[in-house]
Each structure stands twice: as structure tokens, then as C-alpha cells.
Ligand binder design. Structure first.
Ligand SMILES: Nc1ncnc2c1ncn2[C@@H]1O[C@H](COP(=O)(O)OP(=O)(O)OP(=O)(O)O)[C@@H](O)[C@H]1O
Length: 461
């Protein structure tokens, strides 16, 4: 339970009375304000932990108030209150610092659940993640390699159209960042950029997450991400993890051009650009019968494949140096550059986690060490400790043959060890492991099945 009071800002007396009574009965201390001015004065003296802000106030804009309260106290948790007709404003409120929003009329139970979730740090952002403004520019995609120049051209070309885009690539290659760049350069940029992670949304709620539902006993009306994205971009992240029945529903929505929330037959026009991402190869999923071919061809109007970091040449150093500057500015640290040895290690490393792995390494370095140069001992042990090929004779002159790692093993055991090591190195991704081993994913699936290991859906295991 919050130690700090909850501030409710709404100019309608009946709302204030109902919300205050509900929350006080649940044990919270509640303050109320009927205007922007009153809210600013109260928050200056009482430091509320949560503020519920109606977006329409008699003396100003609720979004402005949300922004001001967040600027004044970054720890405050904000919830926007809105009428159904202004869902786009709720999304805008979330971009300005709100964690969640409530649509009127608000059921007391729903109000209490939202407060509990907000205090626990759970927000609608678990499913709906408006992208921070500074992350959505193509400029934010660093890397001058030829491979990336081609990607930038495709992004620019597709941004000017309404075509669906299917972005593939290993984990951490920047699929979501590329999607955000397309949104930011497109005619949809004034609408919301809304992401639904199909791999983490619960199977029994994903349809409601996508399409929404009408008010039902015990559950207030829910607005689906498809509707939140209207006028903007809907990103379906890891779409290949959708079940076949959900694929059918999505196809139905795309074919009809209508979003029909659960519990009603009347729909609303769907007006958004759709971008999908997948870490696994969608064509393999289609061939295996796990992904509908008709849906795939509808989504795959413009395919973009993001190459792994290890294939981007000097991009790894360019990204590392740029990110080092950015992280140091943010964390007030003093690193200026990477030593030559560190650059060599970065160029040599396979980066199975791609740019996300690189970011984690830099983060680790700047938090634990002091600058101005990143040296080999500053790197995490798995990077600096990797046994390097000895290129010069050792000083003692004695030959030190490395221990034979294959001693005593059959060819079949060696093969199995190599496959398992590659899958583990690829973070569980079979297509990535297959690429590293130079075989097709179906070869790996067959081998795994032969060894009695689950290879469900080509997904991580
Ligand atoms: N070209 C790039 N330049 C700079 N930063 C990048 C680039 N590409 C990605 N990033 C950063 O790398 C991280 C991972 O990117 P992102 O989440 O877009 O990858 P992803 O492919 O969607 O990952 P996953 O499949 O694991 O969800 C993010 O912090 C992102 O900002």
C-alpha cells in the first residue's frame, strides 16, 4: 500500500466522490483537485505517489499537467483518465509520462486493480510500448556498412507507402528500432507507435489485447492495440509465435479492414500500418505448417532482413564508440574511446546477442570501471578470457599442444556436442545456430528430434 497520497484531478464532482470513496475504503490517502492550478499547488506541498489526471480540465490540458508533474517529480506514477472518444489522447499521455490510462465510466474494481498494478510497477506498457521520442529516428540506427546502407534505403522507400513490412533478424539486431524508424519517417508518425509482443502476451488474453472487448460483467471495456494504433503503426513483435487460431483472426481483420472487439459484431475501420518482426525464419514456419501461408504473403509485402552484427564489419566499433559517448553523457562517466586491443576483440567476437549484447558489455564497462580508455581488463571475463589463438612461439620454446577436446568421443557425440553448443551460443535460436553451423534449420530440427530433444515450433527451448 502506498505511503504517499493519491491525487485525483477531475472537475466532475460525482467522479471525485466515487473515486475518493473507493480508494479511501481500500485504505489509501486521497487528495482531490478540480483544476490544473489546484493540482499543481497541492502536489507542491504533498508529494503524491500517484496522480490520476483527467485529460480535459477547466483551466488547461491534462497532458500538459502530466508532463509538468513528471518533470517536477520523476518518481510520481501517473494515470490518465479519458473518454472513449479520445484514446489517441491517452496514448499521447503515455508518451508524456503516464503509465496507464482509465476510460470512463470507471468501475471501482477496475480503479483499484489499476492502482495496485501501478504501485507494483506494472503498466499497460507491458504490452503497449509507445517508443520514446529520442529512439524513433533512423539517425538512431548507427552503422555505415554497405549492408546497413541498403537497409536505410529500404526504410526510406517503405516509409513513404502504407505497405506492410516484415522484419526478420537474430535477437538484438535492431528489428524494433528499425520498425520505429519506419514509423518516424512515415505519414503515420503523428499517430501512435504501438507494440504487441506476441511471444509474451498470454495465449488466453492475446485476442483481447489485439482487438479489445466490450464491457462484460466484472471486466470493463478494453481497447485493443489495433485500435490504439489507429492512424499510426502497429508492431506485432515475434508474430511467428501466434497460435494458428489467432493467425486466422488476424487475417480476418486484415482482409475485412475492420477491428471487431470481442463481444460485438460491429467493428471500426482499421487504419494503421502493420509491421511484423520475427527472430525465426517465417518461411521455415510456413513450410512446417506452423504459420499460415496466406497470412505470411499478406504481411510480407516489404521484407527487411537485418544482418547479424558480426556481418556488419566495422559497424561494431562505430556503434560501440557512439554508444559509449551516449552512455557516458547519461551516466556522467569519463570514457572517451576504446583501446586498439578492445576494438580487435569486438571485431573478432561473434556477438550472438548482437547489438543488445554489445550495449550490455558497454554498460557493464562504464559502471564498473574508470576512463578515459576502455582497456581489455575492463571487459567482462567472457570476452577478455576467451583463449586467443597463439600467433607467436612461447618464450620457453616448449611446444604446448592444446588438450584434444575430442579425445574419447565418437563422431556422433562430437556432432551432438557441437550442435548443442551452437544452439546455446545462439541463445536457443535454432535458425541462428543453423546459420552459424552452415546447415539449414530443418537439418537441426531433424537431428534434435532424432536425439529426442524438443524442437517445438523452431522457438527457443
Ligand atoms: N543500428 C543500431 N544502432 C544503434 N543501436 C541499435 C541499433 N540497432 C539496435 N540498436 C539497439 O540495440 C538494442 C536491441 O534492439 P532491438 O530491440 O530493436 O532489437 P530486436 O532485434 O528487436 O531484438 P529482439 O529480437 O531480441 O527483440 C536496443 O537497445 C536498440 O536501441
Amino acid at each position: 500500500m502506498s505511503q504517499k497520497p493519491i491525487l485525483i484531478v477531475d472537475d466532475v464532482d460525482t467522479h471525485l466522490t466515487l473515486f475518493t470513496a473507493t480508494l479511501e475504503a481500500a485504505g489509501y490517502t486521497v487528495l482531490s483537485a478540480r483544476s490544473r492550478a489546484e493540482a499543481l499547488a497541492l502536489s507542491a506541498t504533498t508529494a503524491p505517489g500517484i496522480a490520476l489526471v483527467d485529460l480535459v480540465l477547466p483551466d488547461g490540458d491534462g497532458i500538459e499537467l502530466i508532463k509538468t508533474l513528471k518533470d517536477r517529480d520523476p518518481s510520481i506514477k501517473l494515470i490518465a483518465i479519458t473518454a472513449f472518444a479520445s484514446v489517441d489522447r491517452a496514448v499521447s499521455a503515455m508518451r508524456n509520462g503516464a503509465m496507464d490510462f482509465l476510460v470512463k465510466p470507471i468501475e471501482p474494481e477496475h480503479l483499484k486493480t489499476t492502482i495496485t498494478n501501478t504501485l507494483a510497477g506494472r503498466s499497460i506498457g507491458q504490452y503497449v510500448q509507445p517508443y520514446p521520442a529520442d529512439e524513433v529516428e533512423t539517425d538512431g540506427l548507427i552503422g555505415s556498412s554497405d549492408l546497413m546502407q541498403d537497409i536505410y534505403s529500404t526504410i526510406r522507400a517503405v516509409a513513404g507507402s502504407a505497405a506492410s513490412v516484415f522484419i526478420t533478424g537474430e535477437n538484438g539486431t535492431g528489428k524494433v528500432k528499425a520498425a520505429a524508424a519506419i514509423h518516424d519517417q512515415s505519414g503515420y508518425k503523428d499517430g501512435a507507435f504501438v507494440k504487441l509482443d506476441c511471444s509474451t502476451a498470454a495465449p488466453n488474453t492475446i485476442e483481447a489485447e489485439l482487438l479489445g472487448h466490450i464491457a462484460m460483467p466484472g471486466a470493463p471495456e478494453k481497447i485493443g492495440v489495433a485500435e490504439l494504433a489507429n492512424g499510426g503503426t502497429l508492431l506485432l513483435d515475434e508474430i511467428c509465435t501466434l497460435s494458428l487460431p489467432m493467425q486466422a483472426r488476424l487475417l480476418n481483420m486484415l482482409q475485412s479492414g475492420v477491428i471487431t472487439p470481442i463481444g460485438t459484431t460491429s467493428g471500426r475501420p482499421a487504419e494503421f500500418r502493420l509491421i511484423c518482426t520475427s527472430t525465426v525464419d517465417p518461411r521455415t514456419e510456413v513450410q512446417a505448417g506452423r504459420f499460415r501461408a496466406d497470412l505470411f504473403y499478406r504481411l510480407n509485402v516489404v521484407p527487411i532482413h537485418l544482418p547479424p552484427l558480426r556481418a556488419r564489419g566495422l559497424d561494431v566499433v562505430e556503434i560501440a564508440e557512439t554508444e559509449l559517448d551516449r552512455l557516458c553523457a547519461r551516466e556522467e562517466r569519463e570514457f572517451r574511446t576504446l583501446s586498439t586491443e578492445v576494438k580487435a576483440i569486438f571485431l573478432d567476437h561473434a556477438w550472438p546477442g548482437n547489438i543488445r549484447e554489445l550495449m550490455n558489455v558497454l554498460w557493464n564497462v562504464i559502471v564498473l570501471h574508470d576512463g578515459p580508455v576502455v582497456n581489455v581488463p575492463d571487459l567482462p571475463p567472457y570476452l577478455r578470457g576467451a583463449p586467443r589463438v597463439q600467433r607467436t612461439p612461447n618464450p620457453g620454446g616448449a611446444s604446448q599442444a592444446p588438450a584434444n577436446p575430442f579425445a574419447g568421443k565418437t563422431l556422433a557425440e562430437i556432432e551432438r556436442n557441437a550442435v548443442e553448443a551452437a544452439i546455446s551460443h545462439a541463445g536457443g535460436s535454432i535458425p541462428t545456430a543453423a546459420r552459424a553451423l552452415g546447415v539449414s534449420p530443418s537439418t537441426l530440427y531433424r537431428k534434435l528430434e532424432g536425439w529426442g530433444r524438443p524442437a517445438r515450433g523452431g522457438r527457443k527451448f
